[in-house]
Design a binder for this molecule. Structure first.
Ligand code: FAD
Length: 438
């Protein structure tokens, strides 16, 4: 079966098994495989010749609506969890920019949201998870039990074993609405100043015009948000304060042709987006458009055409975040190769062994696949390394092994744990082979 992840690059031929029994058989035969959830990582983290798909295991095992503790199988999506817990006054403690990810994928990538600077990553909120190891044994891991495996599996990209079930704490909400403040900022320095001043706000994210130059370099629209209280809703909204997000009705049915994504179309999009927003606006929005604006259109990745795209997501430590972001945006705007989607967020302190976040600024750029852009990303790598940063494995399809080694200083500890529990290297992905994570 031909398969790819969200970036539509690379495509490979793979065989998929689905049940735990088949998984155990494959492990006994000493096959090499990788777990896969919804395939929402952009690159090759969940690709291999043999894939175990967790999606068959999609039950919520237990949900206590008094305490907000939820236990579910690894193939459950965040969308399904929201549909059950929001009406009872609970929300995900951490959510990425799409709700179509599985709990297994959320743990394996230690996903971060717009609140990482306040609440950390997804794995901070775990009580425990069950992991199937290479010898077929199932172990329960938490920060106190099998803590070495816990620390390596949170953000460990499926390379320590297959996550079967997880239990975590939800966040109490009074309504399913967000009190949003939107601010337009003239350049990247103003954006960073605003992030610093507003760091006590729970959610923050900025869209950046990455083709703007000179005094406008990195002009942005910043979105800040807090969960709205009941007394902040209008009479109409108060009639149904915990309404769940609606299913998307629109879809991109075909791959866009190459010319649709020229520098000019990106420039025009960025211009319209920037000038389409007022200088400042306060509003009440549903959690759907606040957290998941891209989920409104199914298959939006086809916009990048058949060749696909990758997401270049880096983090630069906070002490040189301003300088680093200026350098990256200068390189991007000079290249003329813009990104429709350029998103800046603030991250809090790092956790776990190879989890992506570290205290600093993270920039995510959608970059179409073409040879010129690989050269651009190589140049961006040098800037990221110069400022002591690193790249997010869950978005990556091309990082060189050297970049991984330099960006993740705890990699040797991770490899020791992997070696101990997976001595025959049965959990491997195209990415782990490329990066030499053995
Ligand atoms: C539009 C969009 C926005 C996004 N925004 C964000 C964001 O804001 N923050 C963020 O952190 N990420 C973001 N992501 C990335 C996404 O959250 C992660 O890639 C997530 O891991 C995808 O989950 P998945 O179920 O699709 O897993 P997959 O893509 O299938 O796999 C991702 C990784 O998880 C491993 N894995 C999956 N299931 C299991 C399992 N059961 N056991 C062991 N390992 C497993 C795979 O081996 C692989 O290494 C975004 C992605 C998209 C498409």
């Amino acid at each position: 079966m031909k398969i790819s992840n969200w970036g539509l690059f690379p495509w490979i031929d793979a065989q998929t098994v689905s049940s735990k029994e088949e998984l155990i058989d494959q492990l006994k035969e000493k096959s090499t495989l990788i777990a896969r959830g919804m395939g929402r990582c952009y690159g090759d983290s969940s690709l291999n010749d043999l894939i175990w798909s967790a999606l068959q295991y999609s039950e919520i095992v237990e949900f206590d609506d008094r305490t907000g503790r939820v236990t579910c199988e690894a193939g459950v999506t965040l969308e399904k969890i929201l549909s059950v817990v929001v009406p009872k006054g609970w929300f995900l403690p951490v959510t990425p920019g799409t709700k179509y990810v599985s709990v297994g994928g959320a743990v394996a990538s230690d996903i971060h949201g717009k609140n990482h600077h306040n609440l950390g990553g997804f794995c901070q909120h775990l009580f425990w998870f069950k992991l199937m190891l290479a010898d077929g044994k199932i172990v329960t891991c938490s920060s106190t039990d099998n803590s070495d495996l816990f620390n390596a599996t949170c953000g460990g990209m499926g390379l320590t074993g297959c996550i079967l079930e997880a239990s975590f704490q939800l966040l109490k909400i009074e309504t399913s609405y967000i009190r949003q403040t939107q601010l337009k900022l003239p350049n990247i320095d103003a954006a960073i100043d605003a992030f610093e001043q507003m760091s006590a706000v729970t959610y923050s994210v900025a869209w950046i015009d990455c083709l703007a130059t000179g005094a406008n370099l990195g002009r942005s629209v910043l979105f800040l948000g807090e969960h709205a209280r009941l007394d902040e809703l209008s009479d109409r909204e108060r009639q149904e304060p915990l309404v769940v997000d609606v299913k998307p009705k629109r879809s991109i049915p075909f791959y866009f042709p190459k010319f649709a994504l020229s520098t000019w179309s990106v420039k025009l999009f960025n211009w319209v987006y920037y000038y389409g927003h007022p200088a400042k606006r306060e509003s009440l929005v549903h959690y759907g458009p606040f957290f998941y604006p891209l989920d409104k259109i199914l298959h939006w990745n086809r916009m990048y055409g058949r060749r696909g795209f990758t997401q270049y997501q880096c983090v630069i430590p906070k002490n040189c975040g301003r300088e680093g972001m200026n350098a990256i945006l200068k390189e991007l705007s000079q290249s003329g190769e813009g990104s429709f989607l350029a998103v800046l967020k603030l991250l809090g302190p790092e956790d776990f062994l190879i989890s992506f976040p570290m205290e600093g600024y993270t920039l995510a750029l959608d970059i179409p696949i073409k040879s010129k852009n690989f050269e651009l990303m190589n140049r961006l790598d040098q800037i990221v390394l110069r400022y002591g940063g690193r790249l997010y494995l869950s978005k990556d399809a091309r990082m060189p092994a050297e970049m991984m080694r330099k960006g993740y200083p705890k990699l040797p500890q991770f490899i020791d744990i992997k070696q101990k529990f997976d001595p025959n290297r049965q959990f491997e992905s195209l990415q782990s082979k490329r990066l030499g994570l053995q």
